[in-house]
Structure formats: C-alpha cells, structure tokens
Design a protein around this ligand. Structure first.
Ligand code: GDP
Ligand code: CA
Length: 326
C-alpha cells in the first residue's frame, strides 16, 4: 500500500508520527509512506539554509523532537546562538539550537556543492532511520522558494519573510496577502508528481491550510496531480472547536478571506477532496459530501494521533474499495 501525504511542520509531523505508529501496531509493515514537505517556510540565516518544516518532520519521525515545543531538538543547548548574540549578529528572533545548527551546516555544505535539496533531504532522512521504516521525505520543490507576507507598515505595503511575520511578530502584524517568491521558476521535486499519481491513498494531515498545504498546492502541477489522482484524497481538519489547535491558521484564513470553519477549509480542497475528518463537536459532522467522518481530533499523545491517522487511512481504504469518486 502506497500512502502519500502533504505536510507542513508540527501538525503534519505529529499526524504522520501517529500514522507510522498506527501502521506498526496493526502490523502493516508493507505500507510505504511518501511525504511531500512544505519548503515555503525556508529561510537563509547566518548564511545557512534552514528548512523548518522538513526539519520538524525529520526530528519528529526520528524520535528526537522537543516534545513541548513541537519543533527543534530535545536535550538541546544554545552555545552558538549565545555567541552570535555576543557578536551582535542578526537576527536574534529565530531560535536555533546547537544540534539543530549541525543540520543546517551540513545541508548548506551539500547545497553549496551543487546537490539539490531533495538529495540533501535523503541524506538527512537516513540519519533519522526513515528508509528503514519505508518513509521517503521529499521537499515540494528543489527550487528555492519563500513565502512572503505583504504587510502594511505605515510607509505602504511591504513584503516580509513569512518567518519574520510568524515568529517575530506572532502573526499580529495585519497581513494583506501571501506571495511565494520564486514560484514562477519552481517545478515539483523529483518523485513528487509520481507519488501523487501512484498512491493508493493521499492524506492531508491537519497542517495549516494556507501557509503549509496551501503553499504546496501552488507548486505547478501538484494541484492537477491531486485532481487526477486515482487514489482517494482524505484530509484532517486543523480546527477543533472552531479554532486552530496551535498557531495562527485563523489569521492566515482571514487574510485570504476564508472563514475559520472546517467547512470553509474543506472548500479550499473541494476540487480533489474525497474524505474529510472533523472533530466530533464540529457542525459539519454528519455531512456526506465530501464524505465526513467525525472523531476526536486532538492529538494529545502519539496514541491519539495514531487513532486519528488510522481513521483517516481507514476512510481512504473504504473510499478506494468503492471506487474513487471522479
Ligand atoms: P507548522 O508548519 O509547524 O505550523 O505546522 P503545520 O502547518 O503542519 O500544522 C499546523 C496546524 O496543525 C495548525 O493549524 C493546528 O491547528 C494544527 N494542529 C496542531 N495540533 C493539532 C491537533 O492536535 N489536532 C488537530 N486537528 N490539528 C492540530
Ligand atoms: Ca511551517
């Protein structure tokens, strides 16, 4: 069974860790998982290329993530960052730990030697044992792209890097729109379109629908591949009780003029979504198009995330058995 998933950072990684746990506890050792990760969050800091969503996926699936934060390494120290502050280096608002720095140094070294990001990511994934678990992590594209946010800063509209808006300003700076710099030159990374076309089930974890999943969908060819996929596409709502569980997805949705409801989020995927998991308290529970399954959607532990992922996969399998709706 081939499973392909699109993913951002924390929400995507926790869901996919749950999925692997589900596959292991049900003895489904034949399943292969291909993850298409968002690279719109990528940023160059201190001359190093940082890919926050890919790293969150690697650390979480590799069992090395800082559980409380949901990103970065557990048992981390911050000597390099402290020394950078002492040197007066900028910026100081993006936290990078010492072990995490090693990832960015190695990635930047390989990129500097001309290796594409997808091949670099394969090297990093080996460090975390992903191939042994039949997991492939692909960046959505090898082309450097960056999500920028157009904000009103007094002197007129200005585009700032997504991380500056999200991390430094905590999404509190009124945003007009999101733009993906470099997208006009971007092509899907090798394997991305094939993974969508040949999948038995495609899963959309509860990642941010605008700045994680939404950005992956803007890579030329990805949305068409989802529309044309023979596999059912099953998504999980990131909203519980009408609010994002963490982060500022509601602010992102408002920026693009979409309501913070599971129904409106499903509407963003309407042209390819076959199944949709919503929280048991969601007003969409009981709806039949797309096929809606209501479940407790709070991933409070690996076990609960495994239950959610198992339910999403089960729905995908049932839809596949019936024949994917055209
Ligand atoms: P980021 O790149 O680190 O922001 O992570 P993602 O884009 O992958 O995921 C962020 C989204 O995950 C947010 O919009 C959250 O609402 C959602 N999320 C986080 N934890 C949970 C959870 O326990 N349940 C559900 N349903 N969604 C969650
Ligand atoms: Ca992200």
């Amino acid at each position: 069974m081939r499973i392909t998933a699109l993913a951002g950072g924390v929400g995507g990684a926790r869901f996919l860790r749950g999925l692997l746990h589900h596959l292991e506890r049900t003895g489904d050792t034949d399943a292969e998982l291909t993850i298409i990760g968002n690279t719109g969050d990528d940023i160059t800091l201190f001359g190093l290329r940082v890919c926050p969503d890919l790293d969150t996926l690697l650390y979480t699936l590799g069992g090395a993530v800082h559980e409380g934060q949901g990103w970065g390494r557990a048992d981390e120290s911050h000597h390099v960052a402290e020394e950078l502050v002492a040197l007066g280096a900028q910026p100081t608002w993006f936290s990078l730990g010492d072990k995490d720095f090693a990832t960015h140094i190695y990635r930047s070294q390989l990129l500097g030697q001309g290796m594409p990001l997808s091949a670099v990511t394969t090297h990093l994934a080996a460090r975390w044992g992903l191939p042994d678990r039949r997991v492939t992590l692909l960046p959505m594209t090898d082309t450097p792209v960056e999500t920028h946010v157009v904000v009103e800063q007094g002197g007129g509209p200005e585009a700032i890097h997504f991380q500056q808006w999200w991390v430094r300003h905590q999404a509190a700076l009124p945003a007009e729109r999101f733009v993906v710099a470099g997208l006009d030159r971007a092509t899907p990374a090798p394997g991305v379109l094939d993974a969508l076309r040949t999948a038995d089930v495609v899963l959309l974890p509860p990642s941010n629908p605008v700045v994680s999943i939404g950005i992956i969908l803007t890579v030329p060819g990805v949305r068409d591949a989802l529309r044309g996929a023979r596999a059912p596409v099953v998504g999980v709502s990131p909203l519980v009780g009408g609010r994002p569980v963490r982060g500022h997805a509601d602010v992102c949705l408002e920026t693009i003029g979409v309501a913070s409801t599971s129904e409106a989020v499903a509407g963003l995927y309407a042209d390819f979504l076959d199944g949709w998991l919503v929280d048991e308290t969601d007003p969409m529970a009981g709806r039949t198009r797309p096929v809606v399954l209501a479940r407790p959607l709070l991933m409070s532990s690996v076990g609960t995330a495994a239950d959610i992922a198992g339910a999403a996969l089960g729905l995908g399998r049932r839809l596949a058995a019936k024949g994917t709706p055209a």
